[in-house]
Design a protein around this ligand. Structure first.
Ligand SMILES: O=P(O)(O)OC[C@H]1O[C@H](O)[C@H](O)[C@@H](O)[C@@H]1O
Length: 311
């Protein structure tokens, strides 16, 4: 496999290396889109289709790029656990259980705060594909044989595939998320479509509620929407009230390989407590996350793919 040092960026047509503070960045410009990908966290920071020149991802103006913490905005990669939902190790499918991550363990796993290596880049007339692998595995009680890589395809849409591979002879479990921050013109005028069924409300003692028929965001939300069929490609779209929000196209995010979709907005009070979130930032972002929020058991020599397509 090619490693980063073996990639000759001078011969690539669509990829440039750059940096923001201490973070190395790949800048992608091709026929269909422009994008920025941070090697710290394999964290996509920007995706702008050429067809409408509209930024799909929200990045905090107060985001920190000194590697002391995860970048606020874009698409953080949460692996091998999501939030504090830490999977029990070495279990079998009938016995997949979650534990709370021990105190002192980072929220959302250990890969969003480390450098990733570029393992492959390919270019064609229609797309640029970049594959990254974390530099360190086997941390916080996980086996080194539990591997992960992420593949970004930059085309008219951006496809992100997080692929977890169990290279050992025992079953291993993960939770995970592609924690996408969508850029929205105004939180007040948006409506979500394609979400139905029950959700766990993390702000209400994890009680179960029905998804609203007309889904708008008017307060802090931290919800785990449960999905029936994780093999189905499910699409969540966001529309805006055209009477109050001019010149915007609708957004959509499709998911597969997930068991839930997380909807998160910290709103006013929580934003005020976050140093890397500007006071009014919550008005222009909504997280729509493809998640595995119950431990998913990967059998020996099997692979699991969590996929998200941003349009
Ligand atoms: O502040 P972070 O560690 O990036 O987490 C931000 C948010 O991520 C997810 O959406 C969780 O459901 C939230 O409970 C959490 O607050």
């Amino acid at each position: 496999m090619l490693t980063d040092t073996k990639i000759d960026y001078t011969v690539l047509d669509t990829v440039n290396r750059a940096s923001i503070d201490k973070v190395d960045i790949l800048e992608i410009t091709n026929k269909h889109c422009r994008a920025k990908l941070s090697l710290f966290g394999a964290h996509l920071l920007s995706f702008i289709p050429q067809k409408d020149q509209r930024e799909r991802l929200w990045l905090s103006s107060a985001a920190i790029f000194d590697k002391s913490k995860a970048i606020r905005g874009g698409i953080p990669v949460c692996w091998p656990w999501f939030a504090d939902i830490y999977p029990e190790h070495h279990n079998d499918e009938s016995n997949s259980q979650s534990l709370r991550a021990p105190g002192g363990y980072p929220a959302h796993g250990f890969v969003r705060t480390q450098d990733w290596d570029v393992s492959a880049i390919s270019e064609s007339e229609d797309e640029t594909k970049i594959t990254l692998q974390p530099s360190k595995l086997g941390l916080f009680g996980f086996e080194k044989s539990l591997n992960v890589e992420i593949e970004f395809t930059f085309a008219e849409k951006c496809t992100v595939k997080l692929s977890s591979q169990n290279l050992s002879s025992i079953s291993q479990s993960i939770t995970a998320a592609l924690h996408s921050y969508l850029n929205v013109p105004s939180i007040d005028t948006l409506e979500l479509h394609g979400i139905e069924g029950k959700f766990i409300d993390k702000l209400e003692d994890s009680r179960l509620f029905d998804s609203p028929a007309r889904y708008r965001i008017q307060q802090e939300v931290d919800r785990i929407h449960l999905v029936d069929d994780s093999n189905k490609m499910e699409k969540v779209s966001v529309s805006f009230d055209e009477r109050t929000t001019s010149n915007v196209a609708n957004l959509s995010v499709a998911h597969t390989g997930h068991d839930s979709v997380i909807i998160w907005n910290p709103w006013i009070d929580k934003s005020a407590k976050m140093a890397d979130m500007p006071p009014e930032g919550y008005r222009n972002m909504l997280c729509i996350e493809a998640a595995i929020s119950s431990p998913h058991c990967i059998a020996p020599n099997e692979r699991h793919v969590l996929e998200q397509i941003i349009d």
